[in-house]
Design a protein around this ligand. Sequence first.
Ligand code: GLU
Length: 276
Amino acid sequence: MRLRALLAAVFLLVTCVSCGSGQVSKDDPLPTRARDGDHLTIGVRFDVPGLSQRTLDGRLAGFDVDVATYIAHELGVDADRITWHETTPAHRETDLASGAVDLVVATYSITDKRKQQVSFAGPYFVTGQDLLVRLTSPDITGPESLNGRRLCSVPGTTSAQMVKDKFAQAVQLVEYPRYTDCVTALLANQVDAVTTDAVILAGYAAQNPELLRVAGRPFSTERYGVGLRKGDTEGQRAVDDAIRKMVSSGAWAKSLAANIGPSNYPLPKPPEITEQ
Ligand code: GLU
């Protein structure tokens, strides 16, 4: 009899690991995960000044962090219930698919290729690919002046892909895991330029204004979306609504001015939301 009671207790314990309040499955839509779990894990970058970077006291700060925090709040999750997870460009899709993160807000360009693996909400910001060069290289004005030179980018980005697709014949592509490594290599004369989105490069140029400049001739359109697990249309709608509210309340423009303004990057108008 006692054995039967024990077995029943064990059975209840095992079956209820995934039931009851606070328990959510990775395949639940984002709003359900936020509501029932009262917690979100958000994939962000740790190496993008103005967008998402660690401060000296260990916090994360920037426009992407503000967008993510706003979305979480709209989904009912307070800032102290967010876990920030560093996601690198090559891992954004796998971090979403595996359930390592609930959403990605990480300078993540919406592309058709990525849409085969993830869903996007947004866009919430639009920029374009550009070059960061030393002030001592006035002759580098755009990708066509990079013939025979070394260009640094990060694997898994649209920027590195563009170089492979369009400029690989003439340019030597060097890849490092983070932009901070590319910028260090640029300052040490180990590469001749760094390429990624202009808004990211502006942040690095602002950290080294006496040494670096952005070429200033963007050669792609990068629409930043919020990455969600593929097929989460309920999540897409909820995140789109949150972005709309961030724009209409003025919080979007305020965060942009505070975080991106100091780099002198020209602040754009909010883009039209197209992913739904
Ligand atoms: N936005 C581009 C991308 O999604 C490049 C910048 C980056 O995220 O590293 O690949």
